[in-house]
Design a binder for this molecule. Structure first.
Ligand SMILES: Cc1cc2nc3c(=O)[nH]c(=O)nc-3n(C[C@H](O)[C@H](O)[C@H](O)COP(=O)(O)O)c2cc1C
Length: 486
C-alpha cells in the first residue's frame, strides 16, 4: 500500500468494467491524470490469450514480460498461445475450463495475464492502478490477484458477492505464503471444494507490496459486516447504487417487477449514509455520477470521492469495439438509447443492465438465434451431483445439459451467455460455424448523460475529457452546446 498510504485518496475511481472494457489502455489513461485507473480482472486469462492470438507480442508487452520473474512460464505460455489463428474466421484456441481438478499450471496463464495487464497499465506515469474482480468468479481469483501484485497493483476492488476471505489472502500473498480459497458449492459440506495456490512456483524473490482492499457494497449493513468480520483489514468501500452499470445487487425483500420485468427498488434499498460515515472508513459513491455537481455533492456527504463507469465505457480508450461505441453514441444523440435492468440475463442471479442494441443479444431474435454453448465457464457454479461427485453447471448452458446437471427449465429461461457476449463486445468474440458470437453491452441507467461529451468531441471523447468534466476543482466546462456529429 505504499502509494495508497503516501498520497491523498483519489476523488475519482474509474470503475472496473469487465470483460476487458476497462483494459490497460483505459486504466493507464485515467491513472495518468492522477486519479485511480482500474483494470478489469474478470476472465483476463482468456482476454490475454485471445489478444496474443490476434496481435502477438507488442514491444510494450515484451518489455513487461521480460521483467516477469519466471521466464520459463513466459516461454511456455507464449509457445502455446502467441501464434496467430489460421485466418480471421478461425476459432480462438481455448483454455481448459477451471475446476477443482485443474493443475497448478492452469494458473500460469492467469498469473501472467493479470501481471501483464497491470504492468501495461502502470507504464509511462506514476499514478495508481487498481484491479477489479467479481467475487462470484472464484477459481481465477487467487492467481489473478497474485499476478497483479507481482506487477505492483495498488488497489483491489471486489463486488458481486461478499469477499470476506480476501483481506487475509492479500496479506498472505504479499508475504509469498501458500493460500487456499474455499469455492462455494451447492449441496457440499463447508470445506469440500477448495483451491490452493503456491506462490513459490513463480520465483518472486522478495515480499510484495500489499494492495489496499476496497469491497464494493450496496448497503451500510454489508459494509459493517465486512469491516468487522472480514479476514483482515479493509481500507475503504465503494458504495454502489442500483443505477450502476454491470451487475446490481438485487432489491431487498420479496422481489417485485415493473411492466418491463425490471426489479423494483424501494425504501429498504436506500443507503444509510449516516451509518456509513459512522463506520469511519473512507468511501466512494458509485452509480449515476455524471456531473461535477454530483461529485461535489458526494464530497459534501462525507465521501472521499466517486466511482464512475458509464462515462468511461464509451470513451476512446475503452476496450469496447469502436463500432459498438459509435452505435451507442448515435442512439444517445437521437434520444433512443434504452437501458434495461434484466433480472434474468445473468446466470449469477444478480440483475444485469443491458443496452438495447441491434445485433446484440439484448434483441430477442438475436438471443433466440444463438445456439447455447458454454465453453468459457467463468460463471459456472459448483454443485454436488447425485453420485456425490463435484460437478459444474451454468444456467446459460444448453438447456438439456443444464437439466442433466440438476437445473430446471425455469432457472435456464432467459439466461444470456455473458461470457461469450462480453468477449464479442471487446472484439474478441468466438468464431462459430454460423459467424461470430453476438455481443452484449452493459451500461448504467444514466447512459444518456454521455451526450454532452459526445456532442463536444465529434471524433470521440477521451478518458481525460471525463476526468475534466467531473473534476470538482476545475472551472472549465465541456462545451455542451457543440454541434451534434452527423
Ligand atoms: C460496461 C460496464 C461494465 C462493468 N463491469 C463491472 C465489473 O466487471 N465489475 C464490477 O465490479 N463493476 C462493473 N461495472 C460497474 C462499474 O465498475 C461502476 O461501479 C459503475 O459503472 C458506476 O456506476 P455508473 O455506471 O452509473 O457510472 C461495470 C459498469 C459498466 C458501465
Amino acid at each position: 500500500m505504499k502509494l495508497w498510504n503516501s498520497r491523498p485518496h483519489p476523488w475519482l475511481i474509474q470503475g472496473g468494467m469487465g470483460v476487458g472494457v476497462s483494459g490497460w489502455s483505459l486504466a493507464s489513461a485515467v491513472a495518468a491524470t492522477g486519479q485511480l485507473g482500474v483494470v478489469s480482472g474478470t476472465a483476463l486469462d482468456t482476454v490475454f490469450i485471445r489478444r496474443l492470438q490476434d496481435e502477438g507480442v507488442s514491444p510494450a508487452l515484451q518489455e513487461c514480460l521480460n521483467a516477469f520473474p519466471n521466464q520459463e512460464i513466459v516461454g511456455s505460455v507464449l509457445d502455446r498461445y502467441a501464434r496467430p489463428r489460421a485466418s480471421e474466421n478461425a476459432p480462438y484456441r481455448l483454455l481448459p475450463l477451471y475446476s477443482h481438478h485443474s493443475p497448478a499450471a492452469r494458473d500460469d496463464v492467469t498469473v501472467l495475464a493479470a501481471y501483464s495487464e497491470v504492468a501495461l497499465a502502470k507504464r509511462g506515469h506514476t499514478g495508481m492502478v487498481g484491479i477489479n474482480l467479481l467475487t462470484k468468479v472464484q477459481f481465477p481469483t487467487v492467481p489473478t490477484l497474485f499476478g497483479a501484485m507481482i506487477a505492483g497493483v495498488d488497489v483491489v476492488l471486489m463486488g458481486a458477492g461478499i469477499p470476506r476471505a480476501i483481506p487475509k489472502l492479500l496479506d498472505d500473498l504479499s508475504s509469498l505464503e501458500a493460500v487456499t480459497l474455499r469455492i462455494d458449492c451447492v449441496g457440499a459440506v463447508a470445506d469440500r471444494c477448495e483451491r490452493s495456490f503456491v506462490p513459490g512456483r513463480y520465483k518472486v524473490s522478495s515480499s510484495l507490496d500489499r494492495p489496499a482492499f476496497l469491497p464494493i457494497v450496496s448497503s451500510a449493513t454489508l459494509a459493517t459486516m465486512m469491516a468487522r468480520k472480514a479476514s483482515g483489514p479493509v481500507e475503504g468501500f465503494i458504495l454502489e447504487a442500483p443505477s450502476a452499470g454491470g451487475h446490481n445487487a438485487p432489491p431487498r425483500g420479496v422481489p417485485q417487477f415493473d411492466d418491463r420485468g425490471q426489479p423494483i427498488y424501494g425504501e429498504r434499498d436506500a443507503v444509510d449514509l449516516e451509518a456509513f460515515r459512522e463506520l469511519g472508513h473512507p468511501f466512494w459513491l458509485a452509480g449515476g455520477i455524471t456531473s461535477r455537481e454530483h461529485v461535489v455533492h458526494a464530497l459534501e456527504c462525507g465521501a472521499s470521492g466517486v466511482q464512475v463507469g458509464t462515462l468511461f465505457a464509451f470513451c476512446r480508450e475503452s476496450g469496447m469495439t469502436a463500432s459498438l461505441r459509435e452505435q451507442v453514441c448515435r442512439r444517445v444523440l437521437d434520444g433512443t438509447s434504452v437501458v434495461t435492468t434484466d433480472s434474468r440475463a445473468s446466470s449469477t442471479g444478480f440483475p444485469f443492465k443491458v443496452v438495447e442494441l441491434e445485433g446484440s443479444i439484448s434483441q430477442q431474435s438475436t438471443y433466440e438465434k444463438r445456439e447455447r454453448i458454454c465453453d468459457l465457464g467463468y460463471l459456472r457454479e459448483a454443485y454436488v451431483s447425485p453420485t456425490g461427485a463435484l460437478a459444474y453447471r451454468c444456467a446459460a448452458e444448453p438447456v438439456q445439459e443444464f437439466l442433466y446437471h440438476g437445473g430446471t427449465v425455469d432457472a435456464a429461461s432467459g439466461r444470456k451467455c455473458l461470457c461469450n457476449g462480453l468477449f464479442a463486445t471487446i472484439g474478441l468474440g468466438q468464431r462459430r460455424k454460423d459467424g461470430e458470437e453476438p455481443p452484449i453491452v452493459t451500461s448504467g441507467d444514466a447512459l444518456a448523460s454521455i451526450r454532452p461529451l459526445v456532442c463536444a468531441h465529434t471524433d470521440g471523447y477521451t478518458a481525460a475529457d471525463v476526468v475534466q468534466l467531473l473534476c470538482p476543482h476545475s472551472t472549465q466546462h465541456v462545451n455542451q452546446s457543440a454541434p451534434v456529429p452527423a
